[in-house]
Design a protein around this ligand. Sequence first.
Ligand code: SF4
Length: 571
Amino acid sequence: MMKITIFDGYIDEPTCLGVPPFISPYPRYIAGAIWSYNKYIDLKYFTIDQIRKDPNINIILKESDLIFIIAGSSVPGKYLSSYPASPQELINIFNTIENPIKILCGPAAKYGFGFSGGHNINRILSENKVFDLNIKGDVEVIISDIITNKNDLDKVDIFKNRDNAHEIFNYSIKGSKIVKQHPNYHKQLITEIETYRGCSRSIVGGCSFCCEPFKGLPDFRPINDIVNEIKTLYISGIRHFRLGNQPCIFSYMSRDSSKKEFPIPNPDAILRLFKGIRNAAPNLLTLHIDNANPGIISKYPNECKEIAKTIIKYHTPGDVAAFGVESVDPIVIKNNNLKANANDVFNAIKLLNSVGSNIGKNGMPELLPGLNFLFGLKGETILTYNMNFDFLKRILDNNLLIRRLNIRQVIPIPRTPLYEIGNKVIKKHKMEFKKFKKSIKENIERPILKKMLPIGNIISDVYTELNMGNITFGRQVGSYPLLIGIPGKLPLNTKMNVKVIDYGFRSITALPFPIDINKSNSTTIKSIPNIGRKRATRILLKRPFASKKEFINALDDSEIAEKVLEYIAIN
Ligand code: SF4
């Protein structure tokens, strides 16, 4: 029997994420295409993290007939406990594997690697000739050709793309059970769901830095296809979903999407989609969105308000609509054919705040905008930095909330209009960029975080992911989850509620809530407001406490003890 392995080196694209806890559609569609070809094929799935931990997996790789390697980033990302495979890592692994046919797919095969803003795409993999094929088109529609022609790969058309969005339906269904082989399957695993690809703004050439227009005009997946895929994933045990694989969720099924740069949104289709998902996965734990075009929201406020209300009705709180603002400098907007001006973005932020800023049942605001700013664009000057700062200050002064700010430098992607200027502008404004980031952290991000989540707020369902010294880092599962530092070395992969006690620039400090005062570690106890080192020692020496009264009597100050009771549990 033929043995095939899918190797997931993780991908990060502007409209798709596959770094844990996310699993991208790539491995699911590939598995579906393989099992559609022959349901008896012995198919294994490994992630780069598994191979980092257990080099013996190499033996399984070596015994495969075919290996599909998914890898590559075309946007700079920041990760917590997992990070994508580097080109050198892939070379080290696959140079030692000779017999199997090795097929590279994902952004690494299409464009190369773009790990950090301001640096050109790394094409070392194609230059090294480590792989037998680099797939430029849609791998799932080429798989049957690859398996059939595995002894004569020249016959495979590596540029072949799907004819329409429905063509992937069977693959998405048949491949869904591959999620059970993901190492995060029994923990928190979010499936990135595709709703469509392509951008209406490709009519006018698209934004200068973006590769989405290569995919042409929007090609929407039918509602039933998406709902059935989610139903199948749900049956396979998945409880976390993100509709993240599209340029703008507000534009899903929009009318005239092939004729207008800013097509009219379709609230009815979005209502049917979200309602269908909730019926298919009634006990889901996460349903979030990702990208949204502020130009669409500003141009069609009534339709978009209705859409936002629908999303809030059916989603889970802590949701983020990521706006690609890039810049509010009119010259940069014009030179790079960007999608929205300062007023458009401001209006879109205001609209989402009006319906989405309430705190939801998991302690986070229901739905807020996240803003992406991009530097290194054509026409950028020092004034651009001032304009972007003033714009963000205006948001703060108007008491509007944003869930996150992403400030990046461009990665010039081949074939985009920006590619010709490369990283010239970035080099010129290197110092300004650093200063801007620092100033935004201090003057904008921290104050907004304080307004959004006051001290004492309780955030639920936080998963602990990483121990660093005496601090444990955790996050909720979802789109752009807030990073939470918890004092004390706590067990990992544990779900807990936490209470906010302090703020970093882009993160918060919170304590487990409630703290089991009879069992908790000294660092956590020491961090309870008003406790400190001396009182923590006193508590450790005098515990266990059988009642609140015993606890109050044990502290030197009964008033402080009463306050501390807000954080702790006894028995
Ligand atoms: S609006 Fe611009 S950034 Fe967004 S997908 Fe289209 S071309 Fe890309």
